[in-house]
Write a protein that binds this ligand. Structure first.
Ligand code: 5RP
Length: 221
């Protein structure tokens, strides 16, 4: 089974998991990325009778393609289920996200959700987060200053050239950043002036991780 097939398997499992709890007033939060795209396919095929969806990116909203009402977060009280992929996860259900650059909206939706289901294939597992370069969304004016601070912390910042987030900001990807205590690092980076958000999901980590292997779906709760 290749990686895409595993991503699809995990997305289908997420749909199966939430389906029995869906009601007419349900709001589903939709992440961003290739794994989430498989979840959107499932959802679109099902044509559920729900209040609507809230999307973490323009790209995901486009894929919903009017099958569901795409709501703004301001229009809803909370999100019942937020389903999204990740670039890395550990067995504490902490994540690195933002490979696709949607980390800020993803973190906001995750934080407003009752249940955050993370869908991945097994290759994303790590004991120690940080092999995947950490994405940080920054205000353009502060990019160099933030990069210097990240270098002091031991990381190697690389500017994601030519990329602008849906919020109109830039991304720097930090390589080789020591990440022994993700919770503390998440807060420390977000305290740097000009940082919009960073891709460590430790304060609001996943509630359930569905990780697809060749033979099964591992469910981490
Ligand atoms: C986007 C993300 C994605 O969830 C992450 O990059 C995983 O993507 P994929 O499902 O394509 O492997 O955080 O900002």
């Amino acid at each position: 089974m290749n990686q895409d097939q595993k991503k699809e398997k995990s997305a289908k499992e997420a749909y199966k998991l939430i389906e029995p709890s869906i009601r007419r007033d349900s709001v589903i939060g939709i992440g961003t990325g290739s794994t989430t795209n498989y979840f959107i396919e499932e959802l679109n095929q099902a044509r559920l009778d729900i209040k609507g969806v809230v999307c973490s990116s323009e790209a995901s909203a486009e894929l919903i393609d009017n099958v569901y009402q795409v709501l703004s977060l301001n229009e809803v009280h909370s999100i019942d289920f937020y389903v999204d992929g990740a670039d890395e996860f550990n067995d504490r259900k902490e994540l690195i996200k933002g490979g696709g650059g949607a980390l800020t909206r993803e973190k906001i939706l995750a934080s407003c959700s009752e249940t955050f289901i993370c869908i991945v294939d097994e290759s994303k597992f790590t004991n120690l987060l940080g092999s995947f370069p950490l994405p940080i969304e920054v205000l353009e004016i502060a990019r160099s200053a933030i990069s210097r601070e990240l270098m002091k912390m031991g990381g190697k910042p690389i500017f994601r050239n030519g990329f602008t987030t849906d919020n109109g900001h830039q991304i720097i990807d930090i390589h080789n950043l020591p990440m022994e205590v993700p919770y503390e690092l998440e807060e420390k980076i977000n305290n740097l002036p000009g940082v919009v958000e960073n891709g460590i999901f430790s304060k609001r980590k996943a509630d359930i991780i569905l990780s697809a292997t060749d033979t099964e779906i591992k469910e981490i709760r």
